[in-house]
Design a protein around this ligand. Structure first.
Ligand code: FAD
Ligand code: DLZ
Ligand code: SF4
Length: 507
């Protein structure tokens, strides 16, 4: 009477639903490193190293907790390279009478798990992933029948449900959202907190060596690897963030500075998404800091909104929109992703900063993802599926359920406004306001046309003009179209010619 419990690479939580109520004496946990998962997109080397090392450490922690764990390494001679192949081999080894697994975080793997009962002729229980505040049904009920889906209203329900920052049925501070106080540009500050770096232990060093040999063609570096790979270390980064960065997180949430990849961000998404940290526990810690007077409300609310608002909302959209969401391309963008996304080689300083730190750390913060690399791809008219595959490959926190709605929906407007109310397109002026990038750039952010003009300027107006039939009716685009209408024909022509010339040079 053996139950085989499969644990996937983003299910590294001790309280996982597939483990709940199971008898350790009659269960075998199966964890497998497989080529299929390491190559469905060409993941950043540090991302692969992080996930595999965290999996190996988690297997050790489960054994210490009394579980029997059957762990198959990538380099095992008989490793078949796929979840299906490894499950078949494990069934031969253990002859289980039942299989249990917590639901997968993406459509591709969900379909695989759904096929197991027929494929293996063993009863399979697929358990809900209860590490989220809202389940699938709850989101569907909330979404169905609404003319528009907007994060803000969903977020308010999640505040009520979790009772986070609530005063009875009213939001603490009298307002649900303090976003307008979270848009300050930052200055270089010697006291700026730095995230903790965790030196690789023997297990991580072995994984890194294997990754460097096996995935030599993948992008990114591992010599700057500093991720936590255990829950204990992830908790240290959580405490470090709460003590040192959270108080100013709100103020500088949208800021960008040359040479400062992390600013006041938490760098916790890889740990939350892989299951090392619990998102609700983290939010309760943030709330406690606010209640103790250690952090201001705009920081506490701003942070909690990212987790129980945005994170839950994008997951809801991912499953609600269905497996075809990935093919949506409402703006009909077809350009190939420029090669600089893979190499970091570009003379646009903002792009080289955002991509450069991505190659170094498998990390960029939200505004870099949205308003630098995302914005550029959007206004240059890059095929959203290629943009999606890049984001899925390069960030240590990227799994399709969270990455796809952020990229295709929020950043590329590929879903025509299902997720976000307007395209996040901007000229260089926004980047100049929120960063110090432009002062080190070879382009002039004030010029709109010509060889030295900031490319974001002409590309922005070209985007507005090119997509007029689809965007003019959007109330949040009223101002750009009013400004476009006011422009002289000659200026319009010059902007569009400048954009065309730039795009012709872009490979
Ligand atoms: P912080 O700024 O400290 O924010 C705190 C936490 O809030 C994050 O750890 C994360 O868990 C959550 N969060 C914040 N914004 C979002 C959001 N929009 N969606 C979901 N969770 C959010 N986030 C991912 O976790 N995985 C992805 O693959 C991913 N891809 C993205 C792609 C694009 C184009 C964009 C614009 C955003 C993407 N995000 C993604 C959201 C966000 O950029 C990252 O969660 C954040 O940068 C992670 O860094 P941090 O932990 O320092 O975040
Ligand atoms: C991302 C990833 C990678 C790189 N490698 C593995 C792996 O070898 N084994 C594994 O179980 N999971 C891995 N993962 C995470 C999975 O892709 C993730 O669990 C699925 O996408 C399900 O959401
Ligand atoms: Fe980026 Fe333009 Fe500023 Fe250069 S001038 S950093 S390209 S926004």
């Amino acid at each position: 009477m053996t139950t085989l419990i499969a644990i996937l690479g983003d299910q590294l939580s001790h309280g996982l639903s597939s483990l709940a109520g199971q008898d350790k004496g009659n269960a075998v946990i199966l964890m497998v490193e497989v080529d299929e998962e390491t190559t469905y997109v060409p993941h950043h080397k540090a991302k692969i190293a992080y996930i595999l090392s965290a999996m190996r450490h988690h297997a050790g922690a489960l054994r210490e907790a009394g579980w029997t764990v059957d762990y198959v390494k990538l380099e095992h001679a008989e490793n078949s390279g796929s979840f299906n192949g490894e499950m078949a081999r494990a069934i031969e080894r253990h002859s289980p009478t039942a299989i249990r697994v917590t639901e997968a975080g993406e459509w591709r793997v969900r379909a695989m798990l759904d096929s197991w009962a027929d494929r293996f002729d063993v009863p399979v229980s697929i358990l809900p992933d209860d590490r989220f505040l809202a389940n699938h049904e709850e989101f569907e009920i909330w979404a169905e029948g609404r003319k528009q889906l907007r994060m803000e209203f969903f977020y308010r329900d999640m505040r009520r449900k979790s009772n986070l920052l609530m005063d009875g049925d009213k939001p603490v501070g009298g307002k649900w959202n303090f976003d307008s106080e979270n848009r300050k540009p930052a200055k270089n500050d010697l006291m700026m907190p730095k995230p903790l770096l965790f030196a690789p232990d023997a297990i991580t060093a072995e994984v890194i060596e294997m990754v460097e040999a096996r995935f030599a063609s993948h992008l990114g570096r591992t010599d700057s690897f500093g991720f936590a790979v255990t829950r204990e270390d992830a908790l240290k980064q959580q405490a470090h963030f709460l003590d040192h960065a959270l108080p100013l997180f709100g103020d500088y949430q949208d800021a960008m500075l040359t040479g400062e990849p992390f600013l006041w961000h938490s760098i916790l998404s890889p740990y939350i998404n892989a299951g090392l940290l619990d998102p609700l526990d983290l939010c309760r810690e943030v709330e406690a800091r606010y209640n103790d007077g250690k952090v201001p409300l705009n920081a506490a609310e701003g942070f909690i909104r990212q987790i129980i608002g945005w994170r839950e909302y994008v997951r809801g959209i991912y499953w609600f929109a269905g497996p075809d969401y990935v093919d949506r391309n409402e703006l009909g963008a077809t350009r190939d992703l420029p090669s600089c996304y893979w190499t970091g080689e570009t003379d646009m300083h903002c792009m080289s900063q955002a991509i450069g730190q991505t190659l170094d750390y498998a990390y960029a913060h939200h505004i870099q993802r949205l308003m630098i690399t995302g914005n550029f791809a959007l206004i240059a008219g890059v095929d959203p599926k290629q943009v999606h595959e890049w984001y899925l490959a390069v960030y240590a926190d990227a799994y399709e359920w969270v990455e796809l709605p952020n990229t295709l929906g929020m950043s590329q407007f590929g879903d025509g406004g299902m997720l976000a109310s307007k395209p996040y397109a901007s000229s260089g002026a926004y980047i100049n306001r929120m960063s110090n990038y432009c002062s080190s750039c070879r382009y002039d952010v004030k010029q709109r046309t010509g060889p030295d003009a900031c490319p974001f300027n002409a590309l922005y107006w070209d985007f507005v003009a090119r997509n007029e039939s689809k965007l003019r009716g959007n109330v949040r685009m009223a101002m750009p179209y009013k400004n476009w209408d006011r422009m002289a024909q000659e200026d319009k022509r010059a902007l569009r010619a400048s954009a065309r010339q730039f795009l012709e040079r872009l490979d």
